[in-house]
Design a protein around this ligand. Sequence first.
Ligand code: DC
Length: 214
Amino acid sequence: MPVIVAIDGPGGSGKSTVARAVAQRLGYTYIDTGAMYRSVAHWAMELGMDLEDMHRMEQLARETHIEFVEGRVLRNGVDVSTEIRQPVVSDAASKIAAYPGVRRAMREEQRRIGAAGPAVMEGRDIGTVVFPEARVKVFLDASAEIRAQRRAAELGAPVEQVAKDLAGRDTRDRTRAEAPLMQAPDAEYVDTSGLSATDVEEAVLKIVRKRTSN
Ligand code: DC
């Protein structure tokens, strides 16, 4: 199996920033699995579908083909990079991500990508469910306040509202029955609260070197 660097953690913990940087440093493919769930949710909303309809959501997930091209997210050839970052899509993604059928479709796609070559894959269940055999596993975390501040700065939105949205999504992602957000027993825990992006990148690269050196 090619080397997989699995990075899991809650929203605002710094996963995307570090995963992208580490992938670039190592020459690995960068896979943002949250963007995959977001793309399905965004498509469902665009089509006016009922998000509560588990079976339709699974069907749509199976028809969804995601490509990551030069930092853009293409859903069935359409660039949805900007639209999928809207808070309403974050919430919808977290909702449909609780459906076992949707997760199954995404998991199959993620495993297919991972089998094709070395990758840095970030999400909620990469080290626990998608690639439990991954050589490198990192669990990124940060205090709720810091995570909300980071996300608010990204979105240019009031921190109180962002904090509330993040907390709701966190609870849903951590308490769902299927593949909830949790640290794999063999993952390295990194608290990014007081760290710069460069510090986190160095910390993760150190873990990669340690785990791949023998
Ligand atoms: O990482 P993100 O915030 O872009 O992810 C959006 C939502 O997608 C998140 O709230 C839960 C879901 N998700 C998931 O369930 N499993 C993953 N591996 C990645 C994301």
